[in-house]
Ligand binder design. Sequence first.
Ligand SMILES: *Cc1c(COP(=O)(O)O)cnc(C)c1O
Length: 447
Amino acid sequence: MASNQSPAKNLEIHDEKVLGWARDLLDQCSSPRMMQQEVINAVERNALWRGEECLNLLAPEAPTSPTVRKLLASEVGTRAAEGHIGPTERWFAGTKYIDEIEALCVELLKRVFQCNYADHRLVASMLGNMTVYAAMTNPGDHVMTIAQPFGGHSSNRIDGPAGIRGLQIHDVPMDPVELEVDLDQFAEAARRIKPRLVTLGASMTLFPFPLKEMAEIVSEWGGRIFFDGAHQLGLIGGGQFQDPLREGACVITGSAGKTFSGPQSGIILWNDPELAKPITDAIFPALAATHQVNRVAALAAAAAEFLAYGNDYMAQIVTNAQALGKALADRGVPVLGSHKGFTRTHQIILDVRAYGGGLKVAQELAKANIITNKNLIPCDRPEDWDYPSGLRIGTTEVTRLGMKEAEMETVANLIVSVLEGKEEPEETRKQVIEMRRGYQKIHYCFD
Ligand SMILES: *Cc1c(COP(=O)(O)O)cnc(C)c1O
């Protein structure tokens, strides 16, 4: 190395302090067995804190049932299966029972979502979206998707699968007050751009989309609607949101670990037989090879729970979100969409500029064991992206723990004490732990 150069330093994207902490800890271990124990200890610290002592209000999370968790650790998770279901469709022998598990999963998903086709193999919805773009577009095609300040997700933008596919990405025009698609502006822009695909669904979704009207517009040039239902998957299956496949979307992707409350997975649903080959070819052999059959088994079990309890569970999630939105607004907190009932989903969005912004508020709430996330809202400009103005709250987990409208008043009080700084977060934390003590059991399942 030339003497005037500083010593080579690895470019590390992860936080250097946290990696340094791990290196020090491993250095102090006298054996690999102790190193393994440190991993287990960290998992247990999380299980105690997040699992038993927190109000988990992160919108993308959901607690799974004991049966689903048990299946995630099952023997079949050590088996190799790739390809499609059936003896001649596989490379490996010995998949007789694996075929049964997978077929049960696919058929259960079709029952829950009342559709002709379902795929179960992808580990995440990111790959579901990549599958749709691979199957339904060519590089250079024009698509319209929702920008992040209106709730759009990176998977449909330039920095995600849509960008990797080399698509020309245009914004779906949104109304910043109504938090819905601006249909007039959409009609004008879409007729000019003539996108091959329009992607709806978002990470911040409060209200339904004018799907029928949009599908009619894009049909003028043979364009189609793709519904990224990552967040709303459960609400759709439980009949508590719009029904995209029947309103004009040709394909839905979803994250099974969000409102659907199964293991983290990507799901794809569609009805059109002409999509079966392009979608399935993009899944295998392009984006999945050995898929996790333990996860597939857990997904099938979650789908069965959903058939029994999905409607009641999802309805209560929405009721709780509306109750929490109202309780917070009653206490003077600005809640988006307050002029139209706050939300029709599991989410509410707060404008927390008056309390120091989304990052600071989310960090203060976490000190009080209330877990949320900072979120972009329509007023945010690109330079604000690390310090957005909003806070996103979801009611999936508290609902599955058995909370109802009355408890949302208590949750609102706890949030407001942190927002207003009337007491130290440490004090609120004690009350949160006390409250959580009464809500440890998972509801809406057979266990
Ligand atoms: C969460 C999310 C995704 C990605 O889903 P994963 O299952 O986490 O990969 C895609 N689209 C939207 C709108 C999301 O909110």
